[in-house]
Design a protein. Structure first.
Length: 291
């Protein structure tokens, strides 16, 4: 199913192993402590069935609380969390998965991602370190703790090395993606290798929302810049994970199924001047951020 075929937030992409993943997720990165449970409950009641978190966000327990407070059955929701860099290695990964399950109050995780790759500046054995961590993912899949597995912030060199050393290929690569920073080569690489690309920070951490040109383009469709960015991701075959703590905007970010971008506008967004880039790349980030 292409983005053009999507008619509601309940439509799904299908991962390489056949698992279906709702086409828009609710992101929880940078949500303040004490807010996450209410935001997750609000998002689920607004219609989101896909929630994205990570151990390092420090809010897995609140995500679980929000899920329970929503009143929606567990099997009607899709929950993603992520493995942190301090837990690299097969045995430490196994323990980290159990910690996340306990934090979330869940019996299984729908999608578990490696948050950052180990890179050469961290260790000359980065390929083997990534592979050994991945073996912990494969073990947890066999044990029924994970329905699907993938990575985040991986570039082609990291994926190619992992492909050569794993028996279960990653099904997802979650990357920063928004007008002004699309990482298009990495997006296409994922898609060409049977992986779903997901967009973290599809709103450019808010930086894109006041851009005059984006405001002008969005107004043509009677939409907000946030809605334009969510729709843009979908039309690129990328699953967006918008985040807001405002109930009205949480709902509005799902209202993207009644318009389509012109090819001209889509091309402009793909080639938009640099804007909103977080500065996070595995080869360039400070060592203490990824090791």
């Amino acid at each position: 199913m292409s983005a053009i075929d999507f008619t509601s937030q309940n439509d799904c992409f299908t991962l390489a192993n056949g698992v279906k993943i709702p086409c828009i997720g609710y992101g929880t990165w940078q949500t303040a402590p004490g807010q996450t449970a209410d935001c997750v409950k609000t998002a689920i009641r607004a219609g989101y069935t896909h929630i994205d978190t990570a151990w390092v966000y420090g809010n897995e327990p609140e995500v679980g609380e929000g899920i329970r407070a929503s009143g929606v059955k567990r099997d009607e929701l899709f929950v993603t969390t992520k493995h942190w860099v301090t837990e690299r290695g097969r045995q430490k990964t196994a323990a980290a998965i159990d910690v996340s399950l306990k934090n979330l109050g869940l019996d299984y995780i729908d999608l578990y991602l490696v948050h950052w790759p180990c890179v050469e500046k961290i260790s000359p054995d980065w390929k083997e370190i990534n592979a050994e961590t991945w073996r912990g993912f494969e073990d947890a899949c066999k044990a029924g703790k994970l329905r699907a597995v993938g990575v985040s912030n991986y570039q082609a060199k990291h994926l190619n090395a992992l492909f050569d050393m794993c028996s279960v290929k990653p099904m997802v690569n979650q990357l920063e993606f928004h007008p002004g920073y699309t990482q298009w080569e990495n997006i296409r690489f994922a898609q060409e290798n049977g992986m779903l690309a997901e967009a973290w920070s599809p709103l450019g951490s808010g930086a894109v929302l006041k851009d005059a040109r984006l405001t002008e383009i969005a107004a043509k469709y009677g939409k907000s810049v946030a809605q334009l960015c969510v729709r843009f991701a979908l039309e690129c075959g990328v699953l967006p994970l918008p985040k807001s703590t405002n109930p009205e905007r949480i709902r509005a970010n799902l209202d993207v199924f009644d318009f389509s971008l012109t090819e001209e506008d889509k091309s402009e967004l793909l080639h938009f001047p640099a804007l909103g880039f977080s500065g996070f790349l595995p080869e360039d980030a400070p060592a203490d951020a990824i090791a």
